[in-house]
Design a protein. Structure first.
Length: 456
């Protein structure tokens, strides 16, 4: 950001946004001008909340190494735009255009790719619009809110030859990749079971209290595809924990661990059965996501046994998570455990793995990185490499892989919501013998004009 005052910068940026917006969709500069693969990639940021701070920091880190620049930012909340100078210190001295409508960002023909860190409810439609506009996309996890959205995102990526990376960054972490390779090579023998956990401490969020919409916030755009509801500060800031807007504990952290489970077990086919139980056992506030939940899956065969558990208050640990093997948030036990005939293997964070072999659990191959980094830069660099190669097979977390992993989250969430197990056809992606569950997952309702299209 320039040395001019924040007010002056924002005024100039908004004027530039208004003057530069095109009518209708336009191809990005990479496609329109057929620039060299060595030319700088111009990226727009969509959704200037907490998660975007880490992604922006990673992009700035990659500025010279990967020849990328942040050229635009966008948010429907003017208060977040106003907070950029203070909240995004890494953007200091950078020049970029500011938008308050993502469609204007997508219309900007100078933008090559967009990083999407809005709420889950917006991920699918924003990705599809961006693909239609000729933009490559890095979309944060959880990528979807229902199965229909996942299929449409994959279809849009393929139709418009867009590089769409899902934000499960373990896929680009060198140490995690090495651990998965060791697992596949048989370091712990035949793997017969795997388990994921995330045990965190979440406070009582209180009650929903309707309030006037804050000045500067476009509440209609914020709600987007979902059913309109009155503004409340709790929903605005705690949307992750409302199952009509997100998938709560079934996807927020869980998608990272479920993705590792599916990857490590080489489960490219969807499960045939899921059962989830749980409830609000500690805080009886107005959230709709449970404070505690456990679920398990079955594939075509009984083996492997795959389970997951979420806890949201004081708890013991498992497999040394937290007490010996720290997570990014060091007070919380989080990770995945693979059980084999010759030992077990754990992934306690985004950058390490450990093995323990034989009846004495002797330490085997392992690799860790100091500081437990989240590996955002590695994942974004992989996306940028795929953009230049114009080959989605270069992506470590292509949206199709993201969709396959999100199926696990979405089936578990729906089983919990309906309080019954689900039987699933992995070929058609339809729920068997349960019209209500199938409708929630495959026939979602949207609020016009924010409708995920059936023809992308």
């Amino acid at each position: 950001m320039t040395a001019s005052s924040r007010r002056g910068f924002l005024k100039q940026s908004l004027q530039a946004a208004g003057a530069g917006a095109a009518l209708g969709w336009a191809a990005p500069a990479l496609a329109r001008t057929r620039r060299s693969a060595n030319d700088r990639v111009r990226v727009g940021l969509l959704g200037m909340g907490n998660r975007m701070r880490a992604l922006a920091r990673a992009l700035v880190e990659l500025r010279e190494k990967a020849n990328v620049e942040i050229a635009a930012v966008c948010d429907c909340d003017q208060n977040r735009i106003d907070a950029i100078p203070k909240g995004y210190k890494e953007l200091k001295d950078l020049k970029f255009v500011v938008y308050d409508d993502m469609r204007k960002l997508f219309d900007d023909a100078s933008i090559d790719g967009v990083v999407i860190a809005t709420g889950d409810r917006w991920h699918a439609l924003a990705t599809i619009w961006a693909c239609q506009a000729g933009k490559d996309v890095y979309v944060e996890k959880p990528g979807t809110h229902n199965l229909f959205e996942g299929r449409q995102m994959v279809a849009a990526a393929r139709k418009y030859n867009r590089m769409v990376q899902h934000g499960t960054q373990n896929r680009s972490s060198p140490n995690i990749r090495e651990g998965i390779q060791k697992l596949h090579e048989g370091v712990i023998g035949r793997v017969y079971a795997a388990r994921g956990i995330d045990f965190k401490i979440r406070p009582n969020f209180g009650k929903i209290v309707p309030e006037p919409v804050p000045k500067g916030l476009n509440w209609d755009a914020w709600i987007g595809p979902k059913k309109m509801r009155p503004y409340s500060k709790m929903v605005h800031y705690r949307w992750h924990f409302f199952l009509d807007l997100a998938s709560g504990c079934f996807a927020n952290q869980a998608i990272h661990e479920l993705d590792i489970l599916r990857w490590g077990l080489r489960l490219d086919r969807h499960p045939t059965y899921v059962s989830a139980i749980g409830g609000k056992f500690v805080h009886h506030d107005d959230r709709t996501s449970p404070t505690h939940a456990a679920w398990h899956y079955r594939w075509d065969d009984d083996e492997p046994l795959v389970t997951y558990e979420h806890r949201s208050w004081y708890t013991n640990t498992e497999a040394g998570f937290r007490d010996r093997y720290k997570f990014v948030q060091p007070r919380f036990p989080v990770g995945t455990i693979f059980l084999g005939t010759e030992g077990y293997l754990i992934f306690p964070d985004y950058s390490s793995y450990y093995t323990f072999l034989g009846p004495k659990y002797e330490p085997g191959p392992c690799k860790a990185e100091e500081g437990h980094p989240m590996k955002d830069a590695d994942h974004l660099e992989n996306w940028l490499h795929a953009m230049r190669a114009r080959d989605h097979r270069v992506l470590t977390a292509d949206i199709e892989e993201g969709h396959k992993s999100m199926v696990l989250s979405l089936l578990a969430r729906t089983s919990y919501e309906l309080r019954r197990p689900l039987r699933f056809d992995p070929d058609s992606e339809r729920v068997i013998g349960d019209e209500e569950a199938d409708r929630l997952l495959n026939e979602p309702e949207y609020r016009a004009p924010y409708v995920v299209p059936r023809e992308v």
